[in-house]
Design a protein. Structure first.
Length: 147
C-alpha cells in the first residue's frame, strides 16, 4: 500500500545534493544555497501557505517525498521536487505519488500541473512524458569555458 502523508520534513542534505548535481557547484556552496532557497520558498516551513509537502510511504516505510506549490489565483500547481529512494525506483512509486497528488489537485480545482526537469534526468523525463506531461518550452545551455 503506497500513500502520501502530509508530515513532510524538508531534507536539506538531499535538496543540497540535488542543487549540486544540477548546477555543478561544490557541496558547501550547494548546502548554503539550499538553506537560502528553503528559507525563501518556505518561510513558515511546512505551514507555508500554497505549498503541499508530503512523505511517500509504502508499507509504513518512508520511500520518498514530494513538494508542490499551488497558485489559487491562476489555478496552477508546480512540482518543486519529487524524490524516490533509489531502491524503490522503477517500481511505479513515482507514478503513483504523482497520480495521488493529481487527484488532490483536481479536487482543489487546479487546472494545470507544471514542472521543470533537467535534461540529464532521462528517467524523470520518461516518467513525466509517460504520465501525460507535455513539453511547453526548452532551456538550452552551451558551456563557454571549463570553469
Amino acid at each position: 500500500m503506497r500513500n502520501l502523508i502530509s508530515t513532510y520534513v524538508i531534507r536539506l542534505p538531499r535538496y543540497a545534493k540535488s542543487i549540486a548535481e544540477n548546477t555543478k557547484i561544490g557541496e558547501q556552496q550547494a548546502l548554503e544555497t539550499a538553506e537560502q532557497k528553503l528559507k525563501s520558498l518556505l518561510p513558515e516551513g511546512n505551514n507555508t501557505p500554497g505549498h503541499l509537502l508530503f512523505n511517500v510511504i509504502q508499507d509504513n516505510t518512508f520511500i520518498g517525498y514530494i513538494w508542490i506549490k499551488i497558485s489559487d489565483e491562476t489555478k496552477q500547481a508546480f512540482l518543486y521536487e519529487i524524490y524516490i529512494e533509489e531502491q524503490f525506483r522503477s517500481k511505479g512509486n513515482g507514478t503513483l505519488a504523482i497520480q495521488l497528488v493529481e487527484e488532490l489537485l483536481i479536487e482543489q480545482g487546479i487546472k494545470s500541473f507544471n514542472l521543470h526537469v533537467f535534461g540529464h534526468h532521462t528517467g524523470a523525463f520518461k516518467l513525466y512524458e509517460r504520465i501525460g506531461f507535455n513539453i511547453v518550452g526548452i532551456n538550452m545551455q552551451k558551456k563557454l569555458s571549463s570553469t
